[in-house]
Design a protein around this ligand. Structure first.
Ligand SMILES: C[S@@+](CC[C@H](N)C(=O)[O-])C[C@H]1O[C@@H](n2cnc3c(N)ncnc32)[C@H](O)[C@@H]1O
Length: 194
């Protein structure tokens, strides 16, 4: 409940940036990471970690020596993530600066990027900038995992964005809808950026 209240407070501060009224459910977090092969990753980045619903699951799966970087735009959420997950490198920054963030942490590319970003509520230019940063920041055999909300997926602009995103990867997987999530959502796993 405490996380739900913190999340709603974040939504009230920046409704478009947060894009949801509740953190991802356990079930959705599991679907997002199902094919992510985190155990074999040396650098993992999470974009838009919120209160850490997916971060927790990432940490359960990575090797002890793996570098885990989280990028979160909301200052209070970033502070909470730092307190909660001392092992994680938390950057209070925007995902649109991903390449610079990686350089600051002594690396050029990530094996896995996990997105919690609300693509549908972002202005298009920002969405496109972040997409380019993500593709340029992945290893050649890297993968992007994330989720989308069902209610937004049918909007023509978001369909076009998803199609564009898929065309940048050689392998695409989409999960069944997780109806118990608030709001209902599906997970995607995109591998082999091209
Ligand atoms: C839908 S919430 C998801 C939170 C969490 N990953 C989860 O699944 O519960 C979106 C999160 O992305 C963050 N966010 C939005 N735009 C961002 C950006 N440009 N860079 C980094 N974080 C961003 C918001 O502050 C919010 O915490």
């Amino acid at each position: 409940m405490r996380d739900h209240l913190k999340f709603i407070a974040g939504f009230l501060r920046r409704p478009r940036a947060v894009g949801a009224v509740a953190p991802s459910s356990e079930r959705l977090a599991r679907e997002v990471l199902r094919h992510s092969n985190l155990g074999g990753a040396s650098t993992v980045v999470e974009l838009g970690a919120g209160t850490g619903a997916i971060t927790r699951k990432i940490l359960d799966r990575v090797q002890p020596g793996a570098r885990v970087i989280v990028v979160e735009l909301d200052e209070l959420h970033a502070g909470l993530l730092r307190e909660r997950f001392p092992r994680v490198r938390v950057c209070h920054d925007s995902a649109e600066h991903l390449r610079a963030i990686l350089r600051r942490h002594g690396c050029r590319r990530a094996d896995v990027i996990v997105s919690g970003l609300p693509w549908a509520s972002m202005p298009r230019p920002l969405r496109e900038r972040i997409k380019s940063e993500v593709i340029a920041s992945l290893e050649p055999d890297g993968r992007l995992c994330g989720f989308g909300y069902v209610h937004a997926a049918w909007h023509p602009k978001i369909r076009a964005f998803h199609e564009g995103l898929r065309s940048n990867f050689s392998r695409v997987r989409v999960s069944p809808v997780v109806w118990g999530n608030l709001p209902p959502a599906f997970a995607y796993d995109l591998a082999g950026p091209c």
